[in-house]
Design a protein around this ligand. Structure first.
Ligand code: SF4
Ligand code: SF4
Length: 351
């Protein structure tokens, strides 16, 4: 096939030789210690050393990672979808010296097995127009609070936390053990004088998932039925004259109990645990404390191997609210709950 300059190069070019040779032929893997995995294939083995990155990285930091990868990994390095950096070491003699240098530099090694994974997050105030809260700021504060669980493997099972800064959720909040979700709580404020100039009204009307927007020909604008609005911000994406951010009312909700894995039990959607916590930068103390408490009740009450949602399913949601000392309010009533059994959510089925 002719080479073009369109699209990324084929990933195979970047695989370490051991991985290329053993592609699809891995026999087993094991976790040697927190953050260090050994994968054994038919014709060789490779060690991955997992380092939690700060997610938003300077070029200097990436250069530092690359220099370490040149020194210990024949230049091979990869980023995981949870923003970890994995050093791929083919020579077992180089694993300990790499760990020593990472320690000296203060780079956290961990996130494997029964540990907290690096938190996956969205854009937040750094970039996105519809963010109800920040992303990297809260995540930094939460990771600082839970650091001990990243570098050790003392949790009942793996713990995946994610953050999405609005309910359109570019993050994995629907399927993480604990989810931090930015929420708007007021409808968009329509700037009528700009709607006709900046927005295509039929598109704005069509953008609303609840059908809350209608044309307002008198003003050459639109009108929002506030009773129907669920504060999703979709209309703002279509129309910059309908801003939804509201510093006094936007905040954070916490959901729990989601998982993607099919192991042991079917995948689960996360559900609302805390409907609202204030946006309190730069360290979000209410959010970090709430998450620490949620982690601690799970640590104290779950059986070995039980993911967050599995633990709750075993004891029941009522018991969970009681143990976690959370009030159950009208906000927790889930209109969509009965749709869950109708979705194919598992690979565990028979024809
Ligand atoms: S979750 Fe929402 S606010 Fe955050 S980056 Fe995605 S669309 Fe933007
Ligand atoms: S915020 Fe969402 S629900 Fe509310 S009017 Fe806009 S698109 Fe509709």
């Amino acid at each position: 096939m002719a080479r073009t300059d369109i699209g990324p190069p084929h990933y195979e070019q970047f695989l370490p030789p051991v991985i290329k040779e053993n592609y699809g032929k891995w026999k087993y893997h094991e976790i040697l210690k927190p953050g260090v995995l050994k994968h054994v294939g038919e014709t060789g083995e490779i060690y991955s050393v997992r380092v939690g990155s700060a997610r938003l990285l300077t070029i200097d930091r990436i250069e530092e990672y690359c220099q370490l990868a040149d020194k210990y990994c024949d230049g091979y390095l990869r980023f995981t979808s949870r923003n970890n950096v994995e050093f791929l070491v083919s020579d077992p003699a180089k694993v300990e010296p790499l760990l020593a240098e990472l320690k000296e530099k203060g780079f956290p090694v961990g996130g494997t097995g029964n540990a907290l994974n690096n938190i996956i997050h969205t854009q937040g105030w750094v970039h996105c127009h519809s963010a109800a809260t920040d992303a990297s700021g809260i995540v930094k504060a939460v990771m600082d609070e839970l650091y001990e669980y990243f570098v050790d493997m003392k949790l009942p099972a793996k713990l995946k936390i994610s953050l999405a800064c609005c309910l359109n959720m570019c993050g994995a909040v629907h399927c993480s053990d604990i989810a931090i979700l930015g929420i708007h709580r007021t409808p968009p404020k329509i700037q009528h004088e700009w709607v006709a100039k900046q927005c295509e009204i039929p598109t704005v009307v069509a953008s609303c998932p609840t059908g809350a927007i209608r044309p307002n020909p008198k003003e050459k604008s639109v009108v929002v039925n506030e009773e129907k609005c669920m504060y999703c911000g979709n209309c703002y994406t279509m129309c910059p004259a309908m801003p939804i951010a509201d510093p006094d009312n936007d905040g954070v909700a916490i959901l729990v109990g989601g998982k993607v894995s099919n192991a042991r039990t079917v995948p689960m959607f996360s559900r609302l645990a805390i409907p609202y916590l204030p946006n309190n930068p730069p360290r979000w103390p209410e959010v970090t404390q709430a998450i620490r408490k949620l982690v601690e009740v799970w640590v104290q009450n779950a059986r070995p191997g039980e993911r967050y949602g599995e633990w709750i399913e075993r004891i029941g949601w009522e018991a969970f609210f009681k143990i976690a000392d959370l009030p159950f309010t009208d906000k927790h009533i889930d209109d969509f709950i009965f749709s869950v059994p109708t979705f194919r959510t598992s690979a565990q089925f028979k024809f």
